[in-house]
Each structure stands twice: as C-alpha cells, then as structure tokens.
Design a protein around this ligand. Structure first.
Ligand code: PLP
Ligand code: COI
Length: 333
C-alpha cells in the first residue's frame, strides 16, 4: 500500500483541551503542532489512546461540509469508555471538530480534486503512572490535514495477503478505535508489503476461518444475487463508511443487505469485493492470497459495476453533488 497521498502536513491550527481533576478546561486552538508530555505519561508506556478519523469536503459552491461527525463522536465515546478515559460530550466533540475545520478552511482541497481535509480527533492519557493504571489527566485534541486516498489512487484494485497473525483478541479491542490495534497490525502489514502485496486482510481471531477486515478498512462483498455482504464479528471496527454504504446499497440501489460470515475458503459467491473506510474510501479488492492459494475475484483488474455505483453515490454525497440522504453532513459556515 502506498501512503504517498495520505501524509501529514501542518495546517494553521489544532485544538487542545485538557481534563484535570475531573473536569475539562475550555479548550483552545493553538498553532504549535507538538506537545510537551511527562516522560511517564500513561500514553507513552501503556498506550492509553483512542482516536477518530473523518473528513471535510469542499462543495461545488465553495462551502465546506463534514461527513457524519456525530457517528464519529459516538464511536469515540465508546473507545474512550473502554480505556477508562473521560467522555467528550457528543455536541462538544462536533463543536471542536467544526472549530478546527473553520480555523483551517484554506487547507480544504478544491472541489473536483481527489482531496479532502482529514480530521483526526484523539485522546491520550497525559498524567504520570508507573503502575499500569488509568492516567489522572487527559488531552483531547483535533488535528486536520489535507489528504488524498490511502491506497495507490482511488478505485485501483489491490492484492491482499491473508495474515496468519491477529490484530485483536476475540473479545478484545477490535470494535474500538485505539492506537494499540494499529501497533498490533504493523507486523503483519510489513510481511504483506515485503511479499509484494498492497496490504493484509485479517481473519477472525477465534477460528481463523472467516474474513474480518483490512488493517485500516472494513471488507465488503457483492454476491451473485446482488446482496451487499459484510462480516458479522464483535472484533471488527464499526466503520461509518460501511454503515453509509449499507444505507446506499439499500436505499439508492435497492439491494439486500446482509451481515454474515464470509469464510475465507468459500469466496466463489462473491462477484465483487472491496475495502471501505474514511481514508481508503472504496478500494476494490482484486485478490486474496490465503496460504499461497490466490483467490482472484471475477472483476480482476477492473472496478465492479456495483462498487463503482457505491463509490459514485458515496463521494457524490460527500462533495454535495447528491442530496444529503439523512442528516449526514454538517456544513461549516
Ligand atoms: N477498520 C479499521 C481497522 C479502520 O482503521 C478503519 C478506518 O477508520 C475502518 C475500518 C473504517 O472505518 P470508517 O469508515 O469509520 O473510517
Ligand atoms: C481512517 O480511515 O480514518 C483511519 O483511521 C485509517 C487510518 C489508520 C489510516
């Protein structure tokens, strides 16, 4: 996977808000993009960190809109709760995101480009703890940076290596967006890349028989019967892109939606497959290499017709070319 177009570049402001002695301070925008932390900060030793990823898009009329920030706010609450970190109120989360985007409007890429403004809210334990216990204090921050696609260019089919390793435990942290999950997936991703694959696909950690997800994106398939299928597992991140594609498949394309097991050795019912996520958008999957048996999906090097439609509708809504179907967008003035 090439991350060339998914890189951080400094913007004008980022948001910081501290939680000390049980309360949040007022929060502010700062221009410095580095932090001073105690060397014993909980985040540095015990990984007490959660984050989010969402995007703001430039519309044709020049206005900027943020895609589904309330869903990210809810997922962030769940992630923070699991790590015993304080909750950020839903409205406060969205306000911090909007403020940070507003302060960096000039960095939102032009309408018609492949770019968008990636928004990275995060929370870290900043207090000192030697014993592995929750931090006494926290930082909630929001960083923004212009990006293009995570993979090699949108809608370019990728080849994935099916990992022998797990990124999360069966009843563990997979459904939450925690930094530790990504650290735990780097080893397998590195093997995949060294073998010449774009990325790896993880199987379910209990039985290693079912498709779970890609390192930074959910998996979806389109069946011969025109069903939109995604794996059903407690250890997969609840992707907001996937949630939106289910809505689009059902309400725009009249498809049936199914949340089901997808067995790695029984893929013939899928005529299209893809990876979806905020950063990945929709990336078609060309092939899966499972124990040196390569399964090539029928679409091969092309984009399947359903995948193409899903992509066009999703990105059309995000850029404002298609009407907002269900209060998904927050327009920044
Ligand atoms: N799964 C993982 C592991 C991810 O990192 C991401 C990216 O956020 C996704 C799925 C897609 O989630 P979303 O669509 O909310 O960005
Ligand atoms: C996102 O799509 O927002 C992600 O968080 C993926 C990121 C780890 C690259």
């Amino acid at each position: 996977m090439s991350y060339l177009k998914f890189q951080y570049s400094k913007t004008d402001y980022n948001y910081v808000q501290y939680h000390r002695d049980g309360t949040w301070d007022d929060g502010k925008l700062i221009s410095k993009d580095s932090l001073e932390l105690p060397t014993m900060a909980t985040v540095l030793h015990y990984g007490q960190e959660a984050f989010e990823g969402l995007k703001a898009f430039r519309r044709k009329d020049g206005k900027v809109q943020i895609f589904r920030p309330y869903e990210n706010a809810k997922r962030f609450q769940a992630s923070c709760e699991y790590l015993l970190m304080p909750k950020v109120d839903i409205e406060d989360f969205v306000e911090a995101v909007v403020k940070t985007v507003e302060a960096n409007l000039k960095h939102v890429p032009e309408y018609g480009s492949e770019g968008s403004l990636y928004i990275r809210p995060y929370m870290i334990g900043v207090g000192e703890t030697l014993a592995p216990t929750p931090s006494p204090s926290y930082l909630f921050g929001v960083i923004v940076t212009p990006v293009e696609t995570l993979f090699n260019g949108s809608l370019k089919p990728v080849n994935l290596w099916v990992s022998n390793y797990d990124r999360v435990a069966p009843q563990g942290t997979g459904q939450y967006k925690l930094g530790g999950n990504y650290a735990a997936s780097m080893f397998a991703q590195n093997i995949a890349r060294k073998k010449g694959y774009d990325d790896c696909l993880f199987l379910d950690p209990s039985t290693h028989t079912k498709v779970e997800e890609v390192g930074a994106a959910n998996f979806f398939g389109i069946s011969k019967d025109n069903i939109y299928i995604t794996p059903n597992s407690p250890s997969i991140l609840k992707s907001i892109t996937n949630m939106s594609l289910k809505y689009i498949a059902k309400n725009f394309l009249g498809m049936t939606i199914s949340s089901d097991n997808i067995y790695i050795d029984k893929l013939d019912h899928l005529v299209e497959a893809g990876a979806c996520g905020t950063a990945a958008i929709i990336t078609p999957i060309r092939s899966l290499d499972y124990h040196d048996n390569v399964h090539v999906f029928p679409t091969q090097d092309t984009v399947g017709s359903v995948t193409q439609k899903l992509y066009d509708i999703l990105t059309g809504i995000q850029k404002g070319d298609i009407d907002d179907p269900d209060d998904w967008l927050v327009v920044v003035d």
